[in-house]
Design a protein around this ligand. Structure first.
Ligand code: SD4
Length: 331
């Protein structure tokens, strides 16, 4: 009996070791228990400013806070930083010199909230959360979004900083709208997190493509395009040329691919492959396009893929906070 018990104990320890390495040979349940122990909580976000954003999110996650609160607090860091010229306060304006912001948020219950083409409010993600929690709707745009924000006590501020205004005036000399892949390369912040209770949430916020047409909306505030969360499966968020992400309902696709059993990495690769194929079918040049996805599943495994090199993302878990270069298609 003792021998048998010892054998079971040894086998269990060995299987933990194996499972922690690669979860091969474990039952689905064991994988979940082991990976949850090891990996939860975890937060991922796009671009190098994700490092600082992750820190704010991690402060909440490490105290067993809710993923929703973590992602909101996290993305507020670049939103509030006037030196980050592609998100929130300080973001580059549209071709009319107006800073118009897009943001959305999604929680573990599939509650969603979004604002698009919102002006004068420093933290569009907080307005998106208010849309989610305080209205019967899921998306408000333009003047309506601003009116709602003001009714909720948000303060109207000038978001156009001197540097952005200077760049815009320079741009006006040619007025050519030609986004170049990775030139505006620390743009949208998309953040996805799994909290200690095993719940997923995500947030995405941006000033969009610099010098866009007034009224242009990208993927970032569109649930299913720039962000998607399914608490049974996983979460994904995107950055890059929003038109291309919208074309394939990008983040919903990534989550659905994970539902089919694909790893977060493979799911991101397949979504990028879809964009590559459509770009070729449409006789457009892939070199002009950048799209990057990051994905996280319910087990805390994550992955990322993009069209061209240059995209990176930040990952924070119990082992620390680090910046990872995403693998890419155009080698
Ligand atoms: C948009 N996806 O508005 C955003 C911008 C971005 O790299 O992420 N650019 O299309």
């Amino acid at each position: 009996m003792t021998n048998r018990r010892n054998f079971i104990k040894t086998a269990a320890i060995a299987s933990v070791a194996v499972a922690l390495n690669s979860f091969k040979g474990e039952s689905e349940e064991a994988k979940l228990v082991l990976s949850n122990k090891k990996i939860k909580p975890i937060v991922l976000s796009t671009w190098r400013f994700g490092i600082q954003a992750n820190e704010a999110a991690w402060d909440i996650l490490k105290r067993n806070g809710r993923a929703l609160d973590a992602v909101e607090a996290g993305v507020k860091i670049p939103e509030g930083d006037p030196k980050e010229r592609s998100v929130g306060y300080g973001g580059r304006p549209d071709r009319d010199g107006r800073v118009t912001l897009d943001a959305c948020i999604m929680d573990e219950f599939s509650n969603i909230g979004s604002v698009a083409c919102l002006e004068y409010i420093k933290h569009p993600i907080a307005v998106a959360r208010s849309v989610m929690e305080k209205t019967p709707h899921v998306m408000l745009v333009g003047d309506g979004a601003l009116q709602f924000a003001l009714s909720q006590g948000f303060v109207k501020e000038n978001l156009l900083v001197e540097e952005s205004e200077k760049e815009w005036k320079e741009w006006l000399k040619t007025s050519q709208y030609k986004p170049i892949a990775n030139i505006e390369n620390h743009d949208t912040i998309g953040m996805i997190a799994l909290d200690a209770n095993g719940n997923l949430s995500g947030a995405c916020t941006t000033s969009g493509m610099a010098f866009k047409m007034h009224g242009r909306v990208g993927d970032s505030p569109i649930i299913g395009a720039g962000l998607y969360v399914d608490n049974e499966i996983g979460a994904a968020t995107a950055t890059g040329h929003g038109e291309e992400v919208i074309r394939i309902s990008g983040c919903h696709l990534v989550v659905e691919l994970m539902r089919q059993g694909k790893s977060p990495q493979k799911a991101c690769e397949e979504a990028v492959a879809r964009i590559v194929k459509l770009t070729k079918n449409r006789n457009k040049n892939l070199k002009d396009i950048q799209v990057g996805f990051i994905a996280l599943n319910k087990q805390g495994e994550y992955g990322s893929y993009c069209i061209q090199g240059g995209f990176n993302y930040a990952v924070n878990d119990a082992t620390g906070n680090r910046l990872i270069d995403a693998d890419y298609f155009l080698k």
